[in-house]
Design a binder for this molecule. Structure first.
Ligand SMILES: [Zn+2]
Length: 424
C-alpha cells in the first residue's frame, strides 16, 4: 500500500536503445576484434531447452544479456520487467514509398499485441499516438557510439509501465522482415538480445520470423503474474512455471522442464557483484530475495543487513528508490519510519519529489508524528520545485490551518536553504 498523494519518482528519461544490426554488427565485431563468431554466438542445435528459454527471458526481458556487451550493447544486471499496461496507439511516419512494408509492420504489431493481450489501434490524431513506426531509407542509422540497421527508442516510468515507443525501420535493411519483427518484439518489453537462443531477437541472420522461444517469452512476459517493475529474481522465479506452461501449450513434445537453479544462481551472482559495487537496487533486490526466498533460503538477518547498507547511500536517486520501496513494501519489508527518514534527508538536500513525499508523511503521520505546519513547509518547497501534486496538496492543507500556522510555515519557507550532503 502507498500513502495517498505520494509521488513516485517521475518518469526519468532513461531512453535506452536496443539495436538490430544484422550486417553492421558483424562489421562492428570484426572491427573491434572481439573473439570469433563461434565464441560470440553459439549455434543453437534443434529445439531449445527449458533452461535456454529461461536464460533467453533473463537476457531479453530483464536486459541481463552479458553477451550483448560484445556487440556494443547494454547489460543491466539489476534489470526489471517493463511492459505495456495501456493500449498501443500507433502512427506511421516517414517514407510511404513501400506500402507493403507499412502493411507488414502493422500486421506484425497486431500479431504480437494479440499474443500479449494488449489492445492496439491506429491514432485518430498524431498527438494521441504512444507508438511511432517511422520508415527511412538510409545506409544505416548513426547512433553515436555505433551504427544500426533499424532501432527502437522507448520510455517507461518507474512502475515499469511502457509509456511510448518509437521504431525506426530502414527500408534499405538487408532483411526488412527481420528488422520489423525484431524491433516490434523489442517494443513489447523484450528489450535485449538472447544471442544463445533461436530467436528473432538474436543477431542470427537466418531467423526472420518469431520462433517458438519468442512466442513463449512474449506470452510469459504478458502473463498477469509477471508484473511491471518486477525485480530480476522475482520475475525469474515466477516465469519459470509460465515458460513451461506456455511452451507445453505450443509444443506438447518439447523437452522436459529443467531446474531453474543454475539460472537463478547466475542472476544472484550478478546482483551480488553489483551490490558489492554499491548498486542500491541490487541490494534491494537481494534483500527481497532473502525476504521472499527467491533462489535462496529466507534470511531475515541478511534482509536487514542489506537495507542498512543501502540506507548509507549518498546518491539522491538511489535513496529515493529505497525510501519508496520501504514506504510501499515493494521489494523490501515495509518500514514507514525509515522511509520518512530517508525522504527527509533528500528533502533537506532540495530533492523536490522527496520533499512532497516527506510532506505527505508529516501530514498523515506515516512513520513520523503528525506535523501539519512542517507538512505545509515541505509541500510549498516541493511546489516551488515543480511537483504539480504538491501545489494541490499545499492549497488543500493551507485551508485547514489557522493563519498563524500558515504564516509560520511561510516564514520557514523563506528562510529555508538546502543542506549540502557534505555538511552532514
Ligand atoms: Zn535489437
Amino acid at each position: 500500500m502507498e500513502a495517498e498523494n505520494t509521488v513516485r519518482q517521475p518518469a526519468k528519461s532513461p531512453i535506452r536503445r536496443a539495436v538490430s544490426a544484422t550486417v553492421l554488427v558483424a562489421a562492428l565485431w570484426l572491427g573491434a576484434g572481439i573473439g570469433t563468431a563461434s565464441a560470440l554466438v553459439q549455434t543453437p542445435s534443434g529445439t531449445p531447452s527449458h533452461e535456454d528459454i529461461l536464460r533467453g527471458f533473463d537476457a531479453s526481458a530483464l536486459s541481463a544479456s552479458r553477451d550483448d556487451v560484445a556487440y556494443g550493447g547494454s547489460y543491466d544486471p539489476v534489470g526489471m520487467i517493463i511492459k505495456w499496461q495501456k493500449p498501443i496507439v500507433y502512427k506511421i511516419e516517414g517514407l510511404r514509398a513501400r506500402p507493403e512494408a507499412i502493411t507488414l509492420a502493422i500486421a506484425t504489431l497486431k500479431q504480437q499485441a494479440a499474443l500479449a493481450g494488449i489492445a492496439v489501434r491506429a491514432a485518430g490524431a498524431p498527438s494521441e499516438a504512444n507508438y511511432t513506426i517511422a520508415f527511412r531509407n538510409v545506409a544505416n542509422f548513426d547512433l553515436g557510439d555505433r551504427k544500426a540497421v533499424c532501432y527502437l527508442t522507448y520510455n517507461f516510468n518507474t512502475l515499469g509501465h511502457m509509456q511510448w515507443a518509437s521504431l525506426q525501420i530502414n527500408l534499405a535493411a538487408p532483411d526488412l522482415e527481420r528488422c520489423v519483427r525484431h524491433e516490434i518484439l523489442h517494443g513489447f518489453g523484450l528489450l535485449n538480445h538472447p544471442h544463445h537462443l533461436q530467436s528473432v531477437l538474436s543477431y542470427r541472420t537466418d531467423v526472420s520470423d518469431l520462433t517458438e522461444a519468442d512466442l513463449v517469452m512474449l506470452r510469459s512476459l504478458y502473463d498477469a503474474r509477471i508484473t511491471p517493475a518486477m525485480s530480476r529474481l522475482a520475475a525469474l522465479v515466477t516465469v519459470d512455471g509460465l515458460i513451461e506452461a506456455n511452451r507445453r501449450a505450443l509444443n506438447p513434445r518439447a523437452p522436459p522442464k529443467t531446474d531453474p537453479a543454475p539460472v537463478l544462481r547466475d542472476a544472484i551472482a550478478d546482483l551480488e557483484k553489483a551490490a558489492a559495487n554499491g548498486n542500491v537496487r541490487a541490494m534491494m533486490y537481494l534483500a527481497e530475495a532473502a525476504w521472499q526466498g527467491y533462489g535462496m533460503a529466507k534470511n531475515p538477518g541478511r534482509v536487514q543487513a542489506l537495507i542498512d547498507r543501502a540506507a548509507t547511500t549518498r546518491d539522491v536517486i538511489a535513496r529515493f528508490d529505497l525510501a519508496h520501496a520501504l514506504g510501499s513494501g515493494r521489494y523490501v519489508p515495509r518500514d514507514p519510519a525509515r522511509s520518512a527518514a530517508l525522504y527527509r534527508r533528500n528533502a533537506e538536500l532540495g530533492h523536490a519529489v522527496s520533499q512532497n513525499n516527506y510532506a505527505v508523511a508529516l501530514r498523515d503521520g506515516i512513520g513520523v508524528p503528525v506535523d501539519r505546519t512542517a507538512a505545509l513547509v515541505w509541500f510549498t518547497l516541493a511546489a516551488h520545485g515543480n511537483v504539480a501534486m504538491a501545489e494541490r496538496s499545499r492549497q488543500i492543507l493551507a485551508k485547514t490551518l489557522p493563519p498563524e500556522q500558515q504564516q509560520e510555515a511561510m516564514r520557514r519557507v523563506a528562510a529555508w536553504k538546502p543542506v549540502p550532503e557534505a555538511a552532514r
